[in-house]
Design a protein around this ligand. Structure first.
Ligand code: K1U
Ligand code: ZN
Length: 183
């Protein structure tokens, strides 16, 4: 298992659509899910999509256990939303790929899901509350959509400016010889 670097906006890889896992869940997919979970726990976060560590596959991990409770890792391969409620709920979302930004997003309050689990078995499940919020946020990542894309254009542009500035500041802290993108 390994902790992998998490991509941050505006990295163009976060805007791509992830490909379905073909031919069932293999040991290589399970190794990726193990890395994703370790990366998510380390961050820390409550969910992670594979593209956030640069792997454009339709795989999500999640753990919604509260502090002090036993871990409850969950794995979603090729998740689909079969049904979404008309009723919506607002939630103040964050994202490991959009560091230090939180804002309210309105999404369907309940969804019905179909996915393959860690063992490749097909599961159908209803989600509500934080589970519904998190799975919809993570499934957006599979389409190249970030939660800031649900905000007004003005807010999104402000956030992107802030992230670009933070990236430039972080790069300025690195020794010139370590800057891989510089000639
Ligand atoms: O980057 C991600 O997709 C993960 C993201 C998931 C999420 C959070 C809130 C609403 C929707 C989706 C996060 O985990 S952000 C960090 C976070 O929420 C958290 C971190 C530590 C403890 C508790 C929560
Ligand atoms: Zn996210």
């Amino acid at each position: 298992m390994a902790i992998r670097p998490i991509l941050t906006a505006p990295d163009p890889r976060l805007k791509q659509r992830s490909a379905p896992v073909q031919g069932g869940v293999t040991d290589a997919h399970r190794a990726l899910m193990d890395d994703m979970l370790e990366t998510m726990y380390d961050a820390p976060g409550i969910g992670l999509a594979a593209i956030q560590i640069g792997e454009p596959l339709r795989i999500i991990v999640m753990d919604l256990a509260k502090e002090g409770e036993p871990k409850q890792p969950r794995y979603f391969v090729n998740p689909e939303i079969l049904w979404a409620s008309e009723e919506t709920q607002p939630y103040e979302e964050g994202c490991l790929s959009v560091p230090d930004i939180y804002d309210e997003v309105e999404r369907p309050a309940r969804v019905k899901l179909r996915y393959l689990n860690y063992h490749g078995e097909q599961v159908e499940e209803d989600a509500e509350g934080l589970f519904a919020v998190c799975i919809q946020h993570e499934m957006d990542h599979l389409e190249g959509v970030l939660f800031i894309d649900h905000l007004s254009r003005l807010k999104r542009e402000k956030v992107l400016q802030k992230l670009k500035k933070a990236k430039r500041a972080a790069e300025a802290d690195v020794e010139p010889a370590q800057r891989s993108h510089r000639l």
